[in-house]
Write a protein that binds this ligand. Sequence first.
Ligand SMILES: C[S@@+](CC[C@H](N)C(=O)[O-])C[C@H]1O[C@@H](n2cnc3c(N)ncnc32)[C@H](O)[C@@H]1O
Ligand code: SF4
Ligand code: SF4
Ligand code: SF4
Length: 395
Amino acid sequence: MPKLTPDEHGQFKLPPDFLNRRRLDPSAEYWLDERDGDLILHPRRPDARKLYIEVTTACNLNCVTCIRHSWVDPAAHMRRETFENILKGIPAFPALDQVILTSFGEPLVHPGILEMLEKLKAMNLAITLGTNGFLLTEKMARELVRIGVNQVVFSIDGIQPETYAGVRGAQLADVLANIERLNQVKRQAGAVSPTIGIEFVAIQSNQAELEGLAELATRLGAAKTVVSNVLPYTREMNEEKLYGYEPAPPFKTIGYPVRSDAWVRWGVTELPRMHWGAEQHCKFVNDYSIVVGWDGGVTACYALSHSYKYFTVDGVEKQVNRHTFGNVNQAPLAEIWMSEEFSRYRSEVRAFHFPSCADCDLRETCDLRQNNEACWGYNPSCADCLWAQDIVKCP
Ligand SMILES: C[S@@+](CC[C@H](N)C(=O)[O-])C[C@H]1O[C@@H](n2cnc3c(N)ncnc32)[C@H](O)[C@@H]1O
Ligand code: SF4
Ligand code: SF4
Ligand code: SF4
C-alpha cells in the first residue's frame, strides 16, 4: 500500500505504478468521498460495459408473475428522440459491447423495434432480445437473422400447455411454433445467430415441470437456459414462491445436449439460489451495467427502474420507488454515468454498504425498510434485494 504524503499545499500525487495497475490516466478526474472514516476516490471513467434498454413498458400479455400487477407506471413506448439520445451516448463508452432489450415490457410490440435493432447492430454491439415470443412472425424471424441479433431469450414458464397458460394466459404451442420457425429461418440462411435462450420463472404450480426443461431446451436448440425464482409482486405470488428464509433444497442441475451446426454441444442451465444468506453481489453493478427506461430515465438495475410493491424474503410488503440518476433527454449518458450520485451509488453497492434488514429484530415493523430505505448506508437500500442474493435471475 503506497504511503501518500501531501506537499506544502496539502496536495497528493497518485504514484505512477498505482495508476498503471488500475489503468488510470494520469489526468483522470475523481470524486472524493468518505465512508466510515475512510477517504475514497471514485474515478470518473466512462467504463460501462452493458446497456439495458427498455424500449417499451407495453405488453401483449398479462402474466400472473408480472410487475404490471403491482406498478403504477404507464404503458408507453420509447420515443425516437429518446432512442437517438441513447445512441448518441454510446460511443463515449469504449468498453460497452453488449445491449439487452427487455426489461418490463414486450420489446416486439414497439413499432420501431427493427429500426432500433439495426441501428444498434451498426454500432457493433452484441444484442440480446428478451421476449415472450408471440409476435415473432416469419417476417420478424427473417429480419432478426438478417440484422444479426446475437441472442433471443424466450420466456417459457411451463412445459404442459395448461401450466404455461396458467402463468401466461396464452398458448404454449404458438410460442414453440415461432421458435421452431426461427430455427428453420436460421437453417435456410445458414446462420448461427440468433442463438436461443430460455428463461423459466419457477413457482409452485410449474415446479414439477422443471424436469422436462432440458428435453425442451434440446428440442428448441437452446444454448442457454436460465431458471429464476419469482420476485413476488403480489400476495398470490408470495404464496407461490419456492425459496425462503430457511435453507431449501436446490433445483436439480440440468445439463442437456444441443445441436449447433455439425456439432453437438452441452447446453448450460443456470439455477437460482433457494434461500437467503449469500454474500450479496449485484450482477448489474458488478457487470458495469446501465439501465435506460422507456422515458430515458437512467437507473442502476431493473429493481430500481419502476415504482411497485413486492414481498421481501420474509414476507414483508415493501414499496420501491423508482430511482433515476438522470435522463438521456437532459444530459449525455456518460455524464450521468460519471455523476457524483451514480458513481457513489455504484461504490456503495459494490461494497454492499447496507444493513441486513432481513436479519434485524425490527424487520417486521420498520417503516424505513417498508419504504426501501435503510437506517444506515446510502438510500435507496439494496438490503432486501433478491437479485443480489441470486435468488431472482435474469439473462
Ligand atoms: C418482465 S419480462 C419482459 C420481457 C418479455 N415480455 C418476456 O416476458 O419475456 C422479463 C423476464 O422477467 C421474467 N419475469 C416476469 N415476472 C417475473 C417475476 N415476478 N419474477 C422474476 N422474473 C419475472 C419473465 O418471465 C421474463 O423472462
Ligand atoms: S410477457 Fe413479459 S412483460 Fe408481458 S406480462 Fe408477461 S412477463 Fe410481463
Ligand atoms: S432499516 Fe435498519 S432498523 Fe429497519 S429493518 Fe433494516 S436494519 Fe432494521
Ligand atoms: S443490489 Fe439490487 S437493488 Fe441494488 S443496485 Fe443491484 S439489483 Fe439494484
